[in-house]
Write a protein that binds this ligand. Structure first.
Ligand code: SAH
Length: 251
């Protein structure tokens, strides 16, 4: 059996209770060493075989799992944040299905949630944006043309950009091409929830400079949108005049 587990964004106590239990029971742990906090591996039981997937190909990961299965062992495949976001789990799942190896997935706290927490921010402010666009700049991994940054930026919705910290000159130009202004609010959150977390509030026009000034080149999220600004409407849910299933509003 293989358990895909979301490790959370960094802080070792942000893994789920279920994920922690699976880690403690695993005979084999294959972890994404580029981003998973190694402190999580302290949970491994004695004799657990631990492999860092940062130095492995998909084929090698599958080989490791197949070997564990042959010995009747349980594998945890530990991914950073939540495995569903840029986790490359689909290609692993397809390999397991082809071999009849059972698996399940335990979600994790994605870094985009960790970044909002670091900012004390709400992505979905009434009358500002009710949509969160999660995307990335095209780099060595291409992005479908319909999902270009200018096309996505044209919605004016909240944007969370992964895997783009090395491409900020291009990113800010493309955000502006899509309709953001140079003074539209933006932020860079480096290593959200890690002990060395850093939060920089800036504008779309100063994203590249802000990162350069603070030597931020990786492990960061770029956040863009009016949710980082000062104006919004209060929620209907907690409005005294608004009636809900649970509370009668005053006239
Ligand atoms: N599955 C992960 C994302 C993996 S892609 C998740 O749900 O968070 C790797 C990218 O995620 C990094 O390049 C960076 O953009 C972002 N990232 C991962 N952990 C981060 C953290 N703690 N703080 C800021 N960005 C992070």
């Amino acid at each position: 059996m293989v358990h895909f587990v979301g490790a959370g964004p960094g802080a070792p106590d942000l893994i789920t209770l279920r994920g922690a239990k699976l880690l403690e029971e695993a005979d084999v742990i294959i972890y994404a060493g580029s981003l998973v906090n190694p402190a999580l591996l302290d949970r491994a039981k004695e004799g657990c075989r631990i492999r860092n997937s940062a130095q492995m190909t998909l084929e090698e990961v599958v080989e490791e799992i197949v070997a564990a299965e042959k010995e009747g062992k349980t594998t945890v495949r530990l991914h950073t944040g939540d495995p569903s976001i840029y986790g490359a789990i689909r290609e692993q799942i397809d390999q397991l299905e082809a071999r009849g190896i059972p698996y399940d997935v335990t979600p994790g706290v994605s870094s985009f949630c960790g970044a909002a927490a670091a900012l004390g921010a709400e992505y979905t402010l009434p009358e500002v944006s009710q949509t969160v666009i999660i995307s990335r700049m095209a780099g060595r991994t291409p992005v479908p043309a319909k999902e270009s940054i200018p096309a996505l930026a044209s919605h004016g919705a909240t944007m969370v950009l992964f895997l783009s910290t090395g491409l900020l000159e291009g990113l800010q130009a493309q955000l502006m091409e899509g309709g953001y202004q140079a003074d539209s609010p933006a932020a860079i959150v480096y290593k959200a929830t890690w002990p060395d977390e850093k939060v920089f509030r800036c504008t779309v026009g100063t994203l590249a400079k802000t990162a350069a000034d603070h030597q931020i080149t990786k492990t960061a999220l770029i956040l863009v949108g009016g949710f980082l600004g000062d104006t919004y409407e209060r929620s209907k849910l907690y409005d005294p005049t608004f009636t809900t299933e649970f509370r009668k509003g005053v006239e």
